[in-house]
Design a protein around this ligand. Structure first.
Ligand code: NAD
Ligand code: UDP
Length: 314
């Protein structure tokens, strides 16, 4: 479908910039709203000259102070720090963007009668007590720990989305994104894949927090973007997990990255992070049944593309 007007808050970030590419390439008009807190203009530089693309440098928390020219058909809310070091550094901003920012964007969607999507996270499950996380699981979150500024902000965001759906019939969606990686992550954003790649390229030891036996499931960004766009077309309002169900320990990930890079450095074990979830693996049955979605890019292939990107950008 083309010719729609799409607002992407957080569009200058890693995932958001790929989503901007997707909608521009399909013949839509895209407004990217971003305050560049953790994103970069370089991620959208190639779109700036397109007449279908507009960049607005603004904070969604202060959306009421700017006049957005637009009768949007779709509003995506991806605006939020996402890497643990980013939200540890920006705790209050993270709480505000997911609460007040989400409410502001919901109001905008209500005014425009637009479809709305909130980028939530697997972090709403906290340190899960079940091995595979289904959307029905309510989670195990420490409400006052260092990660709470992100986890609880996203949980509040989800509650706000459901309130606008129930009270005002806004056409909302909630997507719980599991660890996603790919080109345009910041090499120093602190997440495990860019960290390991940067450390290898700089011939430094790979830093493993804790025993490295904690698990994560890594989804390549193109697969995720296809899922986000797919959900936006569906008339479905409960949370939907999007992620790659392949589960790897952090030590396994280190080995795979060393293998595809053809380089090896020492592993340096550092103290575990507080409340670091021990395991994460999405149950994606709901996304499969709703839209036939499942990831298609294997970890090694996605890591090769990511490594190539980082090599070029260093
Ligand atoms: P990112 O940090 O690269 O992108 C987030 C973008 O939001 C940045 O461009 C940042 O400048 C912008 N932003 C932050 N606060 C803002 C504000 N107040 N006003 C306007 N813009 C603001 O992170 P990402 O990995 O691309 O994540 C995008 C979204 O997906 C986030 O909401 C994140 O919570 C969610 N998510 C990501 C992952 C992942 O693995 N990448 C996993 C779960 C959820
Ligand atoms: N991690 C690690 N070394 C690093 C960065 C992260 O061992 O240099 C671990 C981290 O403790 C966590 C996992 O890798 O268990 C994934 O961390 P990331 O920050 O990428 O995402 P999270 O899933 O924690 O949001």
């Amino acid at each position: 479908m083309k010719n729609r007007k799409v607002l992407i808050a957080g569009g200058a970030g890693f995932i958001g910039s790929h989503l901007c590419d997707y909608y521009v390439s399909k013949g839509n008009r895209v407004v990217c709203l971003d305050n560049l807190a953790t994103g970069a203009k370089a991620n959208i530089e190639h779109l700036i000259s397109s007449s279908s693309f507009t960049f607005v440098n603004a904070d969604v928390v202060r959306l009421k102070e700017i006049s957005l020219d637009g009768d949007f058909d779709m509003v995506f809310n991806l605006a939020s720090p996402a890497s643990p070091p980013d939200y540890f550094r920006l705790p209050v901003e993270t709480l505000r963007v997911n609460s007040l920012g989400t409410e502001n964007l919901l109001e905008l969607a209500r005014r425009c009668d637009a479809k709305f999507l909130f980028a939530s996270t697997s972090e709403v499950y906290g340190d899960p007590l079940i091995p595979v996380q289904k959307e029905e699981y309510w989670g195990n979150v420490n409400s006052i720990g260092p990660r709470s500024v992100y986890d609880e902000a996203k949980r509040y965001g989800e509650a706000m989305v459901m309130a606008y759906f129930r009270k005002y019939n806004v056409d909302t969606r909630i997507v719980r994104i599991f660890n996603t990686y790919g080109p345009r992550m910041r090499l120093k954003d602190g997440r495990v894949i860019p960290n390991f790649i940067a450390q290898l390229l700089e011939k430094k030891p790979l830093t493993v927090y804790g025993d490295g036996k904690q698990t994560r499931s890594f989804c390549y960004v193109d697969d995720l973007v296809a899922g986000l766009a797919g959900i936006m077309e569906k008339d479905y309002h409960l949370p939907v997990n999007l992620g790659n169900p392949g589960e790897f320990t952090i030590l396994e990930l280190a080995e795979i990255i060393q293998k595809i890079a053809g380089m090896k450095t020492e592993i340096e074990f550092l103290p575990p992070l507080e409340d670091d979830p021990r395991r994460r693996k999405p149950d994606i049955t709901r996304a499969k049944e709703l839209m036939g979605w499942q990831p298609s890019v294997p970890l090694e292939e996605g890591l090769k593309k990511t490594l190539d990107y980082f090599k070029k950008s260093m």
